[in-house]
Write a protein that binds this ligand. Structure first.
Ligand code: SAH
Length: 358
């Protein structure tokens, strides 16, 4: 099948079997999208924080190294990254970790063959995994994931005149993709407090993210370690569809070109935080800007500008993009997880509260 064949195969599938759940549309689109290209390259579709500046990965690496040092520098801790893109975050984070005496084995969870090849070229000796399931289970985990959770498929429910239904992708009279309500009642799937709603209300959940955080929390509890997730998302629960598509740095219609554009949804950090806590893992939330500022990115930017004066403007711009509220600083959120007997990560509200309580 050609690269552009996904829209056609979705159309055939819908014509034969009826509408597809939004989760399937998003999951299959992104699987195709990521396995056929490097979306972050020079002519890429979007730019992520580690691709903006080395400072981002350095702060993430120092954050993990600090936790590891305060945990007593346990031997054998492994570095795990979910969806490492071009390997840039790992490269910068591992260099910062090495400066602190931490040289972990590298384990990458990556679904795309194209990106695995790029990552393998940047990170020699890295081991690859399809999911968390095959990671070593006998050593502490030091994990980073940037813009990974937002690529996982969301499930949507929509309120209709006849109650709650799964939100699906069907075809309109002209053969164009359109959102439709599924045939079966889904009221049972909606928490009671949210059931009364006006028709058209959409509720979004991300079962894959929930499952992943639960599995990781269980591992942290047994193996020890810490994790940092950074993503576009919200800290308090809310309703409404957040599904969006990006192509060539522009927002496009979510039906424009399945498999040829990046589909994302906001990460519901409140729910993931609750899941981690339920598994006995410490969890804390903040914004990317607040976390980077607390980590000392300002000083790092100054030091780099002093060492390379010709890059001063570029560094100032990168700093602004990563930290300022109108840029990524507030839109992007950070979630820190620590095993219960491990130290809390720096720069998060709960960690600081704990320290001052002592
Ligand atoms: N973290 C990188 C790249 C973000 S793009 C950065 O910040 O630059 C999303 C990454 O997650 C890509 O590497 C993509 O291939 C990977 N990915 C997306 N869905 C995945 C899945 N279900 N399983 C494994 N990897 C996935």
């Amino acid at each position: 099948m050609s690269e552009t064949g996904l829209a056609d195969s979705f159309r055939r599938l819908i014509a034969q079997h009826g509408p597809l759940p939004v989760s399937r549309y998003m999951g299959e689109s992104n699987a195709r999208y990521y396995t056929t290209r490097d979306p972050l390259g020079a002519a890429g579709d979007f730019t992520t924080a580690p691709e903006i500046s080395q400072m981002f990965g350095e702060m993430a690496g120092l954050w993990l190294a600090d936790i590891w040092a305060r945990a007593g520098r346990p031997a054998g801790a492994i570095y795990v990254e979910l969806g490492p893109g071009r390997g840039t975050l790992a490269k910068d984070a591992l260099r910062a970790m090495a400066s602190q005496g931490l040289r972990p084995e590298v384990h990458l969870v990556e679904g795309s063959e194209v990106l695995r090849r790029i990552q393998g070229g940047v990170l020699s000796g890295a081991r690859f995994h399809d999911t968390l399931d095959t990671l070593p289970d006998d050593r502490p985990i030091l994990l980073l994931a940037n813009e990974f959770l937002d690529a996982l498929p969301v499930r949507q429910l929509v309120m209709t005149e006849k109650g709650w239904r799964e939100r699906m992708v069907g075809l309109d009279d002209n053969g164009a993709f359109a959102f439709v309500a599924g045939p079966s009642p889904m009221d049972q799937a909606v928490p009671e407090a949210q059931r009364a709603a006006t028709p058209g209300t959409v509720i979004e959940t991300c079962p894959a993210a929930a499952t992943l955080i639960e599995a990781l929390a269980r591992r942290l509890d047994v193996q020890g370690g810490a994790a940092l997730f950074i993503d576009y998302g919200h800290l308090a629960p809310r309703s409404g569809s957040t599904l969006q598509a990006v192509r060539a740095q522009e927002k496009v219609d979510v039906f424009a070109a399945p498999g040829e554009m990046d589909l994302t949804a906001h990460v519901d950090f409140a729910t993931l935080d609750a899941i981690a806590r339920r598994e006995g893992v410490a969890s804390s939330l903040t914004t990317q800007g607040a976390w980077l500022t607390a980590m000392g990115i300002g000083l790092r930017a100054q030091a780099l500008a002093k060492a390379t004066p010709d890059r001063a403007d570029e560094l100032a711009q990168a700093y602004d993009r990563l930290v300022q509220p109108g840029e990524m600083g507030e839109l992007f959120k950070a979630m820190a997880l620590s095993a219960r007997d491990w130290p809390r990560g720096a720069g998060f509200p709960e960690g600081e509260r704990r320290r001052s309580e002592k």
